[in-house]
Design a protein around this ligand. Structure first.
Ligand code: GRF
Length: 227
């Protein structure tokens, strides 16, 4: 069993995004913090490409942004990992969220922030996850499979794609007339709630990881922490 203590003061979070991330989950975290529903604040957003709506959202809110491209000529996986790690350490980050980050995270980062890295995925894992399962592909596969429910999953990140212990899941019904687009829209609304809840649990309340199970304690809001 691993006990991951929460930090009831003001945890500092970094968000990693890939090129085309819209940043709507990032926005959900920013809004929840501004509304006093989350003590955790996003202090750094790192993108793999400079042209990203997510980076733009962060800049608008005065949040530090960095572009660290894994594809920079001559850059090895190790050097990419070291560059990320340096950026995270410099800002005294307590945890990391992958919000539309399409790569496998360098192992040094997974090791350094074990059980403090969250990924969000638009299905009920372990179904419809893994490499290639992103964006509308996921929702098309859900509809093709004929399942009646899908949803959003936030899980701890381990060494593989979409395989770490699950922190929060929210369920969405699949309707007979759903298209990948209509389903994606309803799942995304759930993602925004799920990511806020998962960040609160892991960063603020604390969790226990027992095998593949994440045991959560009762959650509190920042208002409840206030004197
Ligand atoms: C979300 O659907 C998430 O599940 C997946 O990437 C998408 C990011 O969306 N990993 P956004 O950029 O937060 O709007």
């Amino acid at each position: 069993m691993q006990q991951i203590s929460g930090n009831p003061t003001a945890p500092r979070l970094a968000v990693l995004v890939s090129g085309h991330a819209r940043g709507s989950n990032l926005q959900a975290l920013i809004d929840a913090h501004a509304a006093g529903e989350l003590l955790t604040s996003v202090v750094l957003v790192i993108g793999t490409h400079s042209e990203s709506a997510a980076l733009e959202r962060a800049r608008c809110k005065g949040i530090d942004t960095l572009v660290i491209s894994p594809m920079k000529p001559g850059r090895t996986e190790t050097e990419y990992g070291d560059t990320l790690l340096q950026a995270l350490s410099r800002r005294n980050v307590d945890g990391v969220c992958l919000l539309g980050y399409m790569r496998r995270l360098p192992l040094t980062i997974v090791a350094q922030f074990r059980n403090r890295i969250l990924n969000i995925h638009p299905s009920l894992l372990p179904l419809f996850g893994g490499q290639g399962m992103y964006g509308l592909n996921v929702h098309a596969a859900v509809i093709d499979a004929g399942v009646k429910v899908t949803g959003a999953t936030v899980h701890l990140v381990d060494e593989d794609y979409d395989t770490g212990p699950i922190v929060v899941q929210q369920v969405v019904a699949v309707n007979d007339d759903d298209t990948p687009e209509t389903l994606a829209k309803r799942v995304l609304e759930c993602e925004h709630k799920a990511i806020v809840e998962a960040v609160r649990l892991v960063m603020e309340t604390g969790i226990e990881v027992v095998g593949r199970r994440v045991i959560t304690k009762p959650t509190t809001t920042s208002q409840e922490h206030a004197p």
